[in-house]
Design a protein around this ligand. Sequence first.
Ligand code: SAH
Length: 382
Amino acid sequence: MTTTPAQAPGELVFAAPRRAKPPRHLADLDPAARRAALAELGEKPFRAAQLSRHYFANLVDDPAAMTDLPAGNRTELAAAMLPTLLTPVRELTCDAGTTVKTLWRLFDGALVESVLMRYPNRITMCVSSQAGCGMNCPFCATGQAGLTRNMSAGEIVEQVVAGARMLRRGQVAGGPGRVSNVVFMGMGEPLANYRAVLSAVRRLTDPSPDGLGLSQRSITVSTVGLVPAIDKLAAEGLNVTLAVSLHAPDDELRDTLVPVNTRWKVAEVLDAAWSYAATTKRRISIEYALIRDINDQAWRADLLGRLLRGRLVHVNLIPLNPTSGSKWTASRPGDERAFVETLEQHSVPVTVRDTRGREIDGACGQLAADPEQLVTAAEPVG
Ligand code: SAH
């Protein structure tokens, strides 16, 4: 008899190209699997807890500092369980040092980016879940080069741990701090890399020192609307926030702005979102990039208001961020105001998202992990 491994819905439909796997890392494994991995290495299982504490609680990256491990094989243990997954290629900062975008090289040369954003009352890490993206939204820089590969849970978690280390060490303007929120809004479609993303969410939210100990509610998974994967996520018993990148209230326009809409229509995506809200009691975020004369007309604002009114929802309007080669631009201020007012008339909560990181191509839709940046970028971190 042959069996096929269980696959998550998003992965069935949008399988990433097969490639060599990133090295196995502690952050790929739950605590039981960590103990098993150490036993396989001929080590005492309790070393798993020691390594977890170093990684998730102490944020140590130098094996020499892991003094509770036997001096003779510290380096080998660290190499086996905490291999280097991300190598920083370039850091760019703006907003007086409170926004930091990092370009990372993965083990196979693939490039991804993450963005740390410090606000007065929270610190958010925006992480990538895939190198590139297969969703092909024409206004988003990441989509233009297509999908390179899925990232592993360890590669996803390590972006947050790297931010946490910088903050712990006081390397971000504003003094020492902690990551409070994680948004899966960097490169990639998280629900097309379902298993690794879910595993990463568990590592981020498992209590310290098994995980980073973030609250589930402070994690946001953003999706173009892969309906079967939204349903599956709802059934996980997690309280993570779901964001849906809607960008148009009508199928005709959404088919062009978010091409996966040809498969799952606006009504199906919103139904899945409302079920998610009913199951998790979490407010759904609707992301809507305002694009001048494309999706910002009064009638579209009204249609959006009618679709969303009375629901557990919040709309984030994002003034379109410029991307190279795109002919589109952000809405006129008057049209943006009118859009907000129309939604408010429908009693739909709405905010206009700030354009954090725009000068360093670190804002929504601008992450391209473009090596050209190495030459053109201003102001590397000192
Ligand atoms: N693939 C997921 C995760 C990416 S989140 C998703 O699409 O939800 C990045 C967010 O920024 C998405 O809402 C995306 O649609 C939006 N975005 C993409 N390009 C943009 C641009 N040029 N200006 C403003 N927002 C953009």
